[in-house]
Design a protein around this ligand. Structure first.
Ligand code: SAM
Ligand code: SF4
Length: 468
C-alpha cells in the first residue's frame, strides 16, 4: 500500500549463522494450510508491529491461530523495557523447548526488542529458536518468510535501517480502533531506559505513508486511530524542514471516516503551547493525554535526564485542564530509581495526589544493561521498592475510583468496540479512554451516548441513552 521506503531495508547484520537443517521455510509443511501464531509482549507499538506481521503472514497464505500448540510457525514479538517482560520471554521460550521436542517441525522466530538486545546470544541461550530478527528489521522478516535469506539465522544490530514497511496492520472483522506508529525509536536517552539502544534513534515516518495507512484503515471500518511513538509529539524533528506533529494531527483529522484520534506517549517536554492552542480546532482529538511523569522529585527527574521539573509538569497539567476541563490525564511512574530517598519518593506520592491522574502505570525501577542508571550507585533494595510501589498503587486506585464515582449519572460519548469479556454486554470506550460496558443494542463502530450508572476502577456501566 504505502510507498514510504527511504533507506536501505536490510543491512549490516551483527551475525549471520546457519540453520543446521537447511533454509528456514523449507521446514514448513507446504501441503496443508500453514498456521502461524503471533505472541506479543510489551507496549502498543509492539501490538501494532504484530498486526503488521500478521498481515505479512496472511498475505503469504498463513492462517492465524491463537494457540501455539496448533501452529506450524510461532513468532514471539518481544519487549525488554524492564527486567520482568524479558524474563517472561525466556520462560515462554523454555515452554517452547518442550513443544519443539514433541513437534520438531515447528519453526520458532523471536523478533522485537529482546531479539535486538541479545542477537546471536539468544541462540546460545535458547538453541531451539530458529531465527532471531531485530526490532528494526521487519523487512528481514519478510525476506525470511519469502525464503530469500537462505540459511541466515540472526539479523539484528542495525539500528539505522528504515523501520517502516509498506504493509499495513491486519484489521480484523468489526475492528473499529487501530494503532499507527508514526515515530520509531527515541532520541531522548533517559538514563534508565533501554529503548534508544534496542529501537534506535527517533525516526519519523513520512507523512504520506502515515496518511495512506490511516485512509486504508478508515476504508476497512476503523473509526479511531491512536498515533504511536515513544515521544510521539517529537514527530518531525529528524525531518529537516518537514512536517511536525501538529501537521500530522491536522492531516489525519481530515481523513473521512476517522471519528476519533488519540496519540501516545506525549513527552511533557514536547507538549508545546502551539499544540495546546490547536486542540480546540481539532475536535476529533480525544480529551485524554498520556503524559509520563516518572518521578515527582526534581533531583530524581534530573538524574533520570527527563528535562523538566515537577513544577513544569504541574504547570502543563494546569494548562491542559484549563483548555479542556473534562480532560483525562494518565501517566507512567517508577519507584526506586537509584538514589531515590524516602523523601524523594514522598514527593512522587504527593505530586500524584495533587495531579489526581485518571490512571497510572506504575513500575519498580529495574537495571537495564547498557543504560547509565544500571551503573549508578545507591540502588534501592527490592523490598523497599515493593513497599513504595504498593503504597503508590493503593493511593492511585483510590483516586481513580473517586474520579469515576464523581461521574455517576453523567452521559458520555462511547465508541462501541465489541462485547465485554462475558459476552453479555457491549463494550466501548469514552473519549477519555475509559472502558464503558453498555446495556442496549448497537453495532461496533457506532458512537452512542451512554449514562454512567455504575462506576469501577476501570470505568463505567450503564444504558445507551441515545444513538446518533
Ligand atoms: N517514552 C515514554 C516516556 O517518555 O516516558 C516511556 C516509554 S517506556 C517504553 C514505558 C515505561 O516503562 C516508562 O514510562 C517507564 O515508566 C518504564 N520504564 C522504562 N525503563 C524502565 C526501567 N529501567 N525500570 C522500570 N521501569 C522502566
Ligand atoms: Fe525511554 Fe525516555 Fe525515550 Fe521514553 S523518552 S522511550 S523513557 S528514552
Amino acid at each position: 500500500m504505502q510507498g514510504n521506503r527511504t533507506g536501505t531495508s536490510f543491512a549490516d547484520p551483527t551475525y549471520e549463522g546457519t540453520c543446521p537443517s537447511g533454509p528456514f521455510l523449507g521446514h514448513l509443511p507446504m501441503t496443508s494450510p500453514k498456521r502461524a501464531c503471533v505472541i506479543t509482549y510489551g507496549c502498543q507499538m509492539n501490538e501494532y508491529e504484530s498486526a503488521v506481521i500478521e498481515r505479512m503472514l496472511v498475505e503469504r497464505g498463513f492462517s492465524l491461530d491463537a494457540n501455539p500448540e496448533e501452529a506450524d510457525l510461532i513468532l514471539l514479538n518481544t519487549c525488554t523495557v524492564r527486567a520482568r517482560p524479558e524474563h517472561k520471554v525466556f520462560s515462554q521460550l523454555g515452554a517452547f523447548r518442550r513443544l519443539k521436542q514433541r513437534r520438531p517441525e515447528v519453526r520458532l522466530i523471536v523478533c522485537g526488542c529482546v531479539a535486538q538486545q541479545w542477537g546471536a546470544g539468544l541462540l546460545s541461550r535458547a538453541p531451539h529458536v530458529d531465527a532471531v530478527i531485530g526490532s528494526r528489521d521487519l523487512r528481514a522478516l519478510q525476506r525470511f518468510l519469502d525464503g530469500e535469506l537462505g540459511d541466515t539465522q540472526v539479523v539484528a544490530g542495525c539500528l539505522e535501517s528504515d523501520p517502516f514497511v509498506d504493509t499495513p496492520p491486519l484489521v480484523r472483522q468489526s475492528q473499529v480502533t487501530a494503532f499507527v506508529t508514526i515515530v520509531e525509536g527515541c532520541s531522548y536517552f533517559c538514563r534508565y531506559c533501554i529503548v534508544p539502544y534496542v529501537r534506535g534513534k527517533a525516526t519519523s515516518r513520512p507523512l504520506g505513508g502515515v496518511l495512506r495507512e490511516v485512509q486504508f484503515l478508515a476504508e476497512q471500518g476503523v473509526r479511531e486511530v491512536t498515533l504511536l511513538g515513544q515521544s510521539v509529539n517529537s514527530y518531525g524533528r529528524d525531518l529537516r524542514g518537514g512536517p511536525r506533529f501538529l501537521d500530522v494531527l491536522q492531516a489525519v483529522h481530515q481523513v473521512p471516516g476517522i471519528e476519533r484520534i488519540r496519540f501516545t506517549s506525549a513527552h511533557p517536554r514536547d507538549f508545546t503551547e502551539q499544540l495546546l492552542e490547536a486542540l480546540p480546532r481539532l475536535p476529533k482529538v480525544c480529551e485524554h493525554f498520556h503524559l509520563p511523569l516518572q518521578s515527582g522529585d526534581d533531583a530524581v527527574l534530573k538524574a533520570m535526564g527527563r528535562g523538566y521539573t515537577a513544577d513544569q509538569y504541574l504547570d502543563l497539567v494546569g494548562r491542559l485542564r484549563r483548555a479542556a476541563p473534562e480532560v483525562a490525564i494518565t501517566t507512567d511512574v517508577m519507584v526506586g530509581f537509584p538514589g531515590e530517598s524516602e523523601q524523594a519518593y514522598g514527593n512522587t506520592l504527593s505530586l500524584m495526589a495533587q495531579v489526581r491522574f485518571d490512571q497510572a502505570f506504575m513500575f519498580k525501577y529495574s537495571d537495564r544493561p547498557g543504560t547509565r542508571a544500571a551503573t549508578m550507585e545507591s540502588k534501592v533494595p527490592a523490598p523497599e521498592k515493593q513497599r513504595r510501589l504498593e503504597q503508590l498503587v493503593a493511593q492511585q486506585n483510590r483516586i481513580a475510583a473517586e474520579i469515576n464515582a464523581a461521574l455517576v449519572g453523567r452521559e458520555m460519548e462511547v465508541l462501541v468496540e465489541g462485547r465485554d469479556r462475558t459476552g453479555n454486554l457491549l463494550s466501548g470506550r469514552t473519549r477519555t479512554n475509559k472502558i464503558f460496558h453498555l446495556e442496549g443494542q448497537a453495532t461496533p463502530g457506532d458512537l452512542v451516548q451512554a449514562r454512567a450508572e455504575r462506576t469501577y476502577l476501570w470505568g463505567f456501566r450503564g444504558p445507551i441513552a441515545a444513538r446518533p
